[in-house]
Each structure stands twice: as structure tokens, then as C-alpha cells.
Design a protein around this ligand. Structure first.
Ligand SMILES: [Zn+2]
Ligand SMILES: [Zn+2]
Length: 338
């Protein structure tokens, strides 16, 4: 099969990834072999390719927003069958036994493993996933539209939960890429007023089309104080900017796995009056299931730009350069081989 591997992590303007031929992977006893149909391109793939995240598996295949079809099952798998459509997401495995797992915070499990970082992901014709971490997908939505929901969507949902937006609250979104544009749709469907703050004019237009009440530059002030804000841009300089935009008691959640250093915070202007700054670490499977159900109910749809699987590097370059709004999705246009 064809697969991308990160051979020399570094700037994507160079050639950190290579498109190679590899054997089709063999699923473990508790795993599924998945024929990839579509795989979203997430900013984390860029961080893995450029070594903003440390190398955890040499020559890893990135990709953790996979929509595919079960092509084979390991001998211990009872609850999935060949032909089922499934989603493969970032959280790949946890120990299920530690204190965090026991209290329902499996996203904090110290033994957790991640698709496209610890194990090969979906920038390939086939991938594997532990059956217990595969998502069942609603039948009616197409593969490409679903793929970005599996990380961008789920993480945006968790960031929204962490931001604890009150009913009919005022929500600020800093940065407006794949994750934010899905989060905005859900927040709007639930009755929020959404203000978008981002440098990119095309993203500001998309925000207004989707129903945002305002769209301004990333460092601008929103038109009203915010009850909650989510920082999607990986830009630490925006942390105090967003904190100052909060009303008393407001909460800022930082959605990204990687953030440039934050400047010093000033207690009085940035944190006093019980403002809170929260991080977001991965997600639980429950977040994933809840979000996929809400997205189906409210018709949350990704704005997508497709690339053939063979052009993943171009997709990553375009993501880095901000050359599209919404989310990029790789489409596997090779015929099935099994
Ligand atoms: Zn655990
Ligand atoms: Zn992701």
C-alpha cells in the first residue's frame, strides 16, 4: 500500500515526509484493519511533521481523522464486522486501570497512546485501530464531511465544555480554522452569541456566513465582554489578550496541544475577578461519542478542501500558510487491495 512517513521531521516547506510503499499492516488481536476512505489534515499532523512534538515513533504515518471501512478484525474483536464504517481518532489507547481512567478522565491517562504519533495513522491506504477506540459513524453523512469532526470537531467540543459557557452566553473564538468553525456551529445551535477574532480575512468571512455576531482581528477587542473564550490559534501572545476580553468570572480554555510561550500575565487585569485559564488535553471517548451525536443532530458540517492522498505534503504546506478556510481532507483514491 501507499503511505506517508515522517522521515526527517522539520519545516514542511522542505521534505520531512515521504510517500512510500509499505506492507498493509496486520491488526493486533484487539484491533481492526481499516481501509481509509478519507483522512482529515489536523494542525497536530503539522506539529508531528515539524517536531514541535517530540518523535515518539520513528517514520510514523500521521493522520488521526480517519473515516474508513473495516477490512479485517483481530481474533478477539466481537463487536465490529468487516464492512462497518468506523472513525479513527487521536486517542488510541489507555491503560483503563489508572486513577484518571477510573474517574472518567482517560484523556489524562499517563499511559495513553495517540494515532499518528505513537502508532501509524491515516495518511495511508490502510491503518489499524484498537476496536474499543473506534467510533461508529452515522450512516447519512459523507466520508469527507465527517473526517474533520473526528479531531477538530471533538477537540473543539471538549474546549467548549472546558470553557463552561453559560446558557445563551457570549463566546469568543480566537483563531478560526478547522476546529473553531465546527465549535462555532455547535455553540450557535445551542443558543450562544459567537464573536470571532482572527487575523485571516477569509476566515472572518466564513465566521460571519456561519452566523457569528462579529468577526474582527485577533488582537482587536470584541464588541462586548465575553463569558467564555477559546484560544484555537497556537499563539501564546493571545492569552492575555483573550483574558482581558473576558467579563468577571469568565473562563478561557486553550484548545491546542501546542502553544508558543505566553508572555507574563498581570494578575489584576488578566486574572482577578475570578477569571480562569484552562488547558484542554485530548479528549475522552465519551466526548467523542457525545460530540458525534450532537453534530448529527444539529447538522454540524465541516467546510472542506480535498486533496488526493498522494498530495498530503501540499495539504500540510497549505495548512501552515493558511491557504484555505475550514479543513483539508485527504481522499484515498487508490482501489481497495484486500
Ligand atoms: Zn489510565
Ligand atoms: Zn488533531
Amino acid at each position: 500500500m501507499h503511505a506517508w512517513e515522517v522521515v526527517r521531521p522539520g519545516p514542511v516547506e522542505g521534505e520531512p515526509l515521504r510517500f512510500v510503499e509499505r506492507p498493509i499492516p496486520v491488526p493486533g488481536a484487539d484491533e481492526l484493519l481499516v481501509h481509509v476512505r478519507a483522512c482529515g489534515v489536523c494542525r497536530t499532523d503539522l506539529h508531528v511533521s515539524e517536531r514541535d512534538l517530540p518523535v515518539r515513533r520513528p517514520r510514523v504515518t500521521p493522520g488521526h481523522e480517519v473515516v474508513g471501512v473495516v477490512a479485517a478484525t483481530g481474533e478477539d474483536v466481537l463487536d465490529h464486522a468487516v464492512g462497518d464504517r468506523v472513525g479513527v481518532a487521536w486517542l488510541r489507547r489507555t491503560d483503563g486501570t489508572c486513577g484518571y481512567c477510573a474517574r472518567g478522565s482517560e484523556n489524562l491517562c499517563p499511559a495513553s497512546e495517540y494515532t499518528g504519533w505513537d502508532a501509524d495513522g491515516g495518511y495511508a491506504e490502510y491503518t489499524t485501530v484498537p476496536a474499543a477506540f473506534a467510533y461508529r459513524l452515522p450512516g447519512e453523512v459523507d466520508d469527507v464531511a465527517l473526517a474533520p469532526l473526528l479531531c477538530a470537531g471533538i477537540i473543539g467540543y471538549r474546549a467548549l465544555l472546558r470553557a463552561a459557557l453559560p446558557d445563551a452566553g457570549r463566546l469568543g473564538l480566537y483563531g478560526f480554522g478547522g476546529s473553531a468553525h465546527l465549535c462555532a456551529q455547535l455553540a450557535l445551535a445551542q443558543g450562544a452569541t459567537v464573536h470571532v477574532l482572527t487575523r485571516d480575512p477569509a476566515a472572518r468571512r466564513l465566521a460571519l456566513e456561519l452566523g457569528a455576531a462579529s468577526a474582527r482581528g485577533a488582537y482587536d477587542e470584541p464588541p462586548e465582554p465575553l463569558d467564555s473564550a477559546i484560544l484555537f490559534a497556537p499563539v501564546g501572545d493571545l492569552v492575555p489578550v483573550a483574558l482581558r476580553a473576558l467579563d468577571r468570572g469568565g473562563i478561557l480554555s486553550v484548545a491546542g496541544i501546542h502553544l508558543s510561550d505566553t508572555p507574563p500575565l498581570r494578575y489584576e487585569s488578566d486574572l482577578f475577578y475570578e477569571k480562569e485559564l484552562r488547558s484542554v488535553t485530548s479528549n475522552t471517548r465519551r466526548d467523542g461519542r457525545d460530540f458525534l451525536a450532537l453534530a448529527a443532530r444539529h447538522g454540524v458540517r465541516a467546510t472542506t478542501h480535498t486533496y488526493p492522498l498522494s498530495e498530503a505534503l501540499r495539504a500540510l504546506r497549505d495548512l501552515k500558510a493558511g491557504r484555505f478556510d475550514g479543513a483539508a481532507v485527504l481522499v484515498n483514491d487508490f482501489p481497495a487491495r484486500t
